[in-house]
Design a protein around this ligand. Structure first.
Ligand code: URA
Length: 188
């Protein structure tokens, strides 16, 4: 049983639960505040994240920082992690077996953080966390409630890189997330 952040880090660093452990350069553990009320969950580390061992340090990370800045949030205000802790070669979608193998780490992160708000970045995270038939185009910015947590999904920053017309609507979704956090958490 994992009960501390340090134990999660140690397990992820030594993980061989799926074959991505053979191709990864570095595993990528979640980063940010371990007291955050907002938890962002994305898909899997990209090439640059794999090199540096940190989430969202590449081009998607710059988009994410812009989105956070647009609603006066900083990386230190949130906790950000991925469904998979290791980079899938060629940036392919994570396989079911990989998601299952890695899911315990996300559960432990969520258990220790106890976020008030979970924001899924993109379809893969939304379908794993919110609902298997989640349609990001139609349902981004909508809310689902589970126990003491409000969940939503927004476009993945890499989708914004491919289609910059998604930026404005995603900024609006982030404004709503901050508003929700003020109502739902003790966020000022
Ligand atoms: N894309 C993701 O889904 N996660 C990262 O950490 C970086 C890019």
């Amino acid at each position: 049983m994992i009960t501390t952040w340090e134990q999660i880090e140690q397990h992820i660093a030594a993980c061989t639960r799926c074959t991505l452990s053979q191709t990864r350069h570095l595993p990528v553990m979640g980063r940010g505040s371990r007291n955050a009320q907002i938890m962002l969950i994305a898909e899997a580390p990209g090439v640059q994240e794999d090199q540096e061992g940190m989430p969202f340090v590449g081009r998607s990370g710059s988009i994410l920082d812009g989105l956070l800045q647009s609603c006066s949030l900083k990386r230190e205000d949130i906790y950000i992690t991925n469904i998979l802790k290791c980079h899938p070669p060629g940036n392919r979608d994570p396989k079911e077996t990989e998601k299952e193998a890695c899911f315990p780490y996300l559960k432990y992160e969520t258990y220790l953080l106890k976020p008030k708000i979970i924001v899924c970045l993109g379809r893969v995270a939304a379908q794993r966390i919110i609902s298997p038939d989640f349609k990001i185009t139609r349902q981004h910015g909508t809310w689902t409630y589970r126990k003491d947590c409000a969940l939503t999904a927004v476009y993945h920053p890499s989708a914004i890189l491919r289609d910059p017309s998604k930026l404005e609507t995603t900024k609006e979704d982030f404004q709503t997330i901050v508003k929700k956090c003020k109502e739902w958490g003790d966020f000022h």
